[in-house]
Design a protein around this ligand. Structure first.
Ligand SMILES: [Zn+2]
Ligand SMILES: [Zn+2]
Length: 265
């Protein structure tokens, strides 16, 4: 499986997931021409025709270009009923509704959604192709135990590290927006992200920090929180950016590749 972040942050989100013979775009937060340009620079090949566009939730930075992307990439849009009903969503040429807890497959790529708390109905997604597992978890106010159980066994985790509370409190946003971001229906802080990593650490191999706020976070603070949580584990930590692409190869779990090496289970 290969996962390529084309954009991550409050000005637009889109990630390409390729595996099991299928190619899916997760969220459509940028115009198709810009996504094509970024795919060319990241992968050396155009997006062309896709097998699906999966929407996580109906906020503009995730669905703002869903209709044009569906047309340009000739792809059906997969979304929950709550997202489909949202006024934020323009008209779509072709859509398929999935349940927020109902796994579905596109080709040999399985998508396992799980609802998470946010101020629009939102899902975290686990992707499975063969033995490879990756998960995309952004736009959530807090991490509940059920989500941790849903993410068990995932080796590569793309997880939100939205803000540092002290920077949020002293930052440029009006008080009501600050309150919304910090609430249980807002976004994950660095400490909340670190708590999730601590709970999942034994199985993690790659962590990619996502959806960092440019106004209310600093990459080095997010990285330090993740490093502290994973200090006893061999996990590669990377940071996604709004205007840079990042491609990650996702293989089978390490334990299945290197049999017999102590401490690698
Ligand atoms: Zn967002
Ligand atoms: Zn959102």
């Amino acid at each position: 499986m290969r996962v390529t972040i084309l954009a991550s942050g409050s000005r637009g989100n889109s990630t390409l997931v390729e595996g099991g013979g299928a190619r899916l775009l997760i969220d459509a937060g940028l115009p198709p021409s810009e996504l094509e340009r970024r795919a060319m620079s990241a992968l050396g090949e155009p997006l062309g025709k896709l097998d699906g566009i999966v929407l996580t939730h109906a906020h503009g930075d995730h669905v703002g270009h869903a209709g044009p992307c569906a047309t340009a990439f000739e792809a059906p849009v997969y979304l929950t009923e709550a997202t489909r009903r949202s006024a934020q969503l323009g008209s779509l040429p072709m859509s398929r509704v999935f349940g927020p807890r109902a796994p579905f497959a596109i080709g040999g790529l399985e998508v396992r959604p799980h609802p998470v708390p946010h101020d629009a109905p939102q899902v975290a997604l686990v992707f499975a192709a063969g033995e490879a597992r990756a998960a995309l978890v952004t736009d959530l106010g807090w991490v509940h135990r059920e989500l941790i159980e849903h993410l068990r066994g995932v080796g590569t985790l793309f997880i939100e590290a939205n803000h540092e509370p002290t920077l949020l409190a002293s930052g440029p946003y009006p008080p009501e927006i600050q309150k919304r971001i910090a609430s249980g229906a807002g976004h994950l802080s660095n400490a909340q992200m670190a708590g999730a990593l601590t709970a999942l650490a034994p199985g993690l191999e790659n962590v990619i920090l996502m959806h960092l706020s440019q106004a209310n976070n600093e990459p080095h603070l997010a990285r330090r929180a993740a490093e502290r949580a994973l200090v006893r584990h061999q996990v590669e930590i990377r940071i996604a950016a709004q205007d840079e692409t990042l491609s990650v190869e996702v293989g089978p779990p390490r334990g299945q590749l290197s049999l017999g090496i102590p401490g690698c289970a």
